[in-house]
Each structure stands twice: as C-alpha cells, then as structure tokens.
Ligand binder design. Structure first.
Ligand SMILES: Cc1cc2nc3c(=O)[nH]c(=O)nc-3n(C[C@H](O)[C@H](O)[C@H](O)COP(=O)(O)O)c2cc1C
Length: 439
C-alpha cells in the first residue's frame, strides 16, 4: 500500500509584489488585493493541500542594504500575512492558513487574543509559523537584538504564556445555556499571573476556549536549539535537507528524539520537506533546460548576485567577481546557513565569486537526483520513493502564490499523485489539526 503524504505550500517571499520580474505580471492581478491569493488558495484546497505557510519579516532589514532588498522586491515590501489570513479563510473551507509570526512583534496577551479570534473565525484552521529572526529588533524598542539561542528562549516563553492565556478558561467556565440564564462562570477563570524573563502580564484572556484544539504551531529552525524548540512545541516542522532517503531519515530521527526528550511522541510532529521543483512537459525539455543553465552568461550571474545580495544583506554586486570572496564582508547577523549555501562545496579562499554565483545558477535533473528539473511523473517518482524508503510525512512546495505558478506546478502532478494513492482526495473536516491527523 502506497504511503499517503501531506502537502503544503510555502509562500516563500511573503505577502509582497507577486508577479514582479515575471511575464505573468501582465495578468494584471494587484498584489495588494486579496483576489490573487484567494484564487490560489481555492486551487490549493481543490488539490488536497493541508496548509499554506506565508513567510514574513516585519522589517526591510538593516538600513545599509534596504535598496538591495527593494530593488527587485527580493526582500520587501511585505504586507502583514496575519491580516491576509481572514480573506483566505473566507475563500476556503478546509485549508489551514499559517502566517509567520515573530515573538518580538507581539505582546503575548495581544497575540493570544488575536490568534484565538482567528482560530474561532476560521473553524479551527489557523496555524502559526513561529520564527526567531532578530533582524527587526530595532522596530520594537529592543535595545540590542537577542542572540540566536536567547531568541528561541524568548519564543518558548512567549508560546507558554499564550497557551496559559488560552487555557485560562477552565472546563465548565463557559456555560452558554439560555435555560439556565447563565453565559459563563467567572469563578472558573484562572487569573494567570505571568512573570517571566521576557514578559510580564496578568490574565485571564477575554476570548472563549477552543472546541477543536489550539492553533497548530509550525517552526522552521534547523539548528540544535531550533530542533529542540520544534520537539517541544511544533505540530509541523518546515524542514530543509537534501532530498535523499538517508538525509530525510536523519533529519526525522533528530526531530523525533527532540520530541521524546520533551515528553512528546514522534507522531505528534508532521515533518514537511521544502522543495521548489521546475516541472516541464517532457524529459527532452528538462534536459534542454539543464544543458542551457550549464554556462550561465553575465546577465544570469548578475541576477543571482542581486538576489543573494538581498538574502545575505551584503552587496555582492559591488565586489570583484573574479576574485575569491572575503568572508569578512558578511556581518554577524547574516545567516550561516545562507552563507553555506552560497559557498557550496567550494573552497572560499581560492574560488572566484563568479564561480560561486554560476554554480547557483546551474540546474540539475530530478531523474538522476542532481536537481529539481523534470516532468510531473519524475517528481511523483521522487515523492513516492521518499515516502516508501524514508517514511517521509510530506512536502512543502516552495514558490510565490500566483495562480500561474500554482497551475504550472499542480496541473499534471495532482492527478498523478492521486492515481498513486499519495495525495488525499477529500478532507475529514477537522480544521488544520484534523488535516494533519486524517492519516
Ligand atoms: C525554511 C526556513 C524558513 C524560515 N522562514 C522565516 C520567516 O518567514 N521569517 C523569519 O523571520 N525567519 C524565518 N526563518 C528563520 C528562522 O526562524 C530562524 O531565525 C533561523 O533559521 C535561525 O535559526 P536556526 O539556526 O535554528 O535555523 C526561516 C528559516 C528557515 C530555515
């Protein structure tokens, strides 16, 4: 029996100028209006996807690199995905919607109340992608950004505090019985006096308890501390790893160990691996694309340099492309994972920057596992193989949320995955937690 898997979509550059830099800008959707996203989420639900995760950063990054971020809209502007969520709930019935939230940006009481409201309004379909980036600290009055692990400590305290507020209505506190003439029993509301390292406030919360569980927690961090956070708190882990059976098994084992260490069960976390395939109509077309990318021209290298400059908050376009990259150009705040991705297997001391950038521009084939260009059948083979050989829970397809992108990826893939029994054909109706627990 083929292993059924869960599928989600990761809107990887957030709620920003969709279509910018692509021919499909001329479809004339307005990125600031809900229609574009509503059309796309209807398609995702029809396709049997469990959830949509919306990336976010509340900031345009450090002042010195703002132009790099906004020049091609690589890193901004971004509108607030929490406020887009109600429009997406209104357009769907089953899909979970997961905006990214940063504990630096919301006081726990405000967060608990807003999330509770959305959980009720959506029929229990809210999830929260909890991130610990500290690059936006200056917008929220923090004297100095917290360190890596301290940001996770704060996130755990924040979540505990929010959960304390959600649970401040004890069983029996809500009566809502017209015959008894009583709506609620105030003596069953816990006062909640939180005095922590990062937050201090009193409850109880003035929102009623949930009937189908609390909002699902999603996390993306891949460090030891990040995996410990996921083990303790997350219902879904947004995982990044090479897509081979051994890497997936190793990653899953680390998360499962982290869960057990924090008193949870391995099956309490659904681990979804992020992937951005390029699906084409024939193996010959895939081979052509890969061959054409083997020797990127100057324009292709420059385009990669601009994108990397935005992600790394460092202007690579101003450096001499024919000299090795001096790693001291990167500030302390730049993600080590992103620097590693740029370097690949090259020796930074001897490899010209142009070679590093050109390597990123090169594509590989799904069929020989050197990359992610291939046909829908080839991609389905990879998905099926990892379900069977690595017990994989599922995938997050990574991209923008433009209807053109959604169709390009899913038109052929959905029927193939359904024929093979990998992709669901209906929903159980239990909200986002229900989607995750349906199989
Ligand atoms: C796949 C992925 C997605 C992420 N999405 C976001 C995001 O939307 N917003 C954000 O501020 N940080 C995001 N982060 C950053 C993480 O929350 C975290 O701060 C960073 O990965 C460092 O933690 P780590 O060392 O545990 O990975 C993301 C990280 C990864 C790996």
């Amino acid at each position: 029996m083929t292993r059924q898997q869960h599928f989600g979509w990761f809107l990887a550059r957030g709620f920003g100028p969709h279509g910018w830099g692509h021919p499909y800008l001329d479809w004339n959707y307005r990125w600031t209006s809900p229609d574009l996203y509503q059309q796309s989420v209807r398609e995702l639900e029809q396709a049997g996807f469990d959830l949509l995760i919306i990336e976010d950063a509340p900031s345009l990054g450090s002042p010195s690199t703002i132009d790099l971020r906004v020049r091609q809209a690589f890193g901004g502007p971004k509108h607030d995905p929490l406020l887009l969520a109600p429009y997406l709930f209104a357009a769907t019935q089953h899909l979970g919607i997961v905006p990214t939230v940063n504990p630096a940006a919301y006081l726990p009481y405000t967060a608990a109340r807003q999330f509770a409201t959305l959980q009720h309004l959506s029929g229990h379909r809210l999830g929260l992608n909890v991130v610990t980036d500290t690059g936006s600290a200056r917008h929220f009055g923090d004297a100095a950004p917290l360190g890596h692990d301290a940001a996770y400590d704060r996130a755990e305290e924040w979540l505990d505090a929010i959960r304390g507020l959600w649970r401040s209505w004890e069983p029996g506190a809500l009566i809502a019985d017209p015959a008894a003439g009583r709506y609620a029993d105030g003596s069953k509301l816990l006062p909640v006096q939180h005095r922590g390292e990062y937050f201090s406030f009193d409850g109880p919360l003035n929102a009623i308890p949930f009937t189908d569980g609390e909002p699902a927690i999603v996390s993306p961090g891949g460090s030891g501390r990040g995996l410990a956070f996921a083990g303790a708190n997350s219902d879904v882990q947004l995982a990044l790893a090479p897509l081979d059976a051994q890497s997936i098994r190793d990653y899953r084992a680390r998360i499962h160990t982290a869960a057990v260490e924090r008193g949870r069960r391995p099956e309490d976390i659904t681990i979804l691996f992020a992937v951005q395939p390029v699906l084409v109509s024939s193996a010959e077309e895939a081979d052509r694309l890969v061959a054409a990318s083997a020797n990127p021209d100057d324009a292709a290298v420059l385009a990669i340099a601009e994108k990397q400059s935005s992600d790394l908050e460092t202007d690579l376009t101003a450096l001499d492309l024919d000299r090795p990259l001096d790693l001291s150009v990167f500030g302390d705040h730049v993600s080590q994972g992103s620097i590693k991705r740029l370097l690949g297997a090259h020796d930074p001391a001897t490899t010209p920057l142009r070679v590093l950038l050109a390597s990123l521009a090169r594509l590989g084939r799904i069929s020989d596992r050197t990359g992610f260009v291939g046909t829908a059948e080839e991609f389905a083979d990879l998905i099926e193989d990892l379900g069977e050989s690595a017990d994989n829970d599922g995938f997050l397809l990574w991209g923008d949320l433009h209807p053109v992108t959604v169709h390009r990826l899913l038109d052929e893939l959905v029927p193939i995955l359904r024929r093979r029994g990998i992709l669901r054909t209906s929903f159980g109706g239990g909200g986002l937690r229900g989607n995750l627990a349906d199989f």
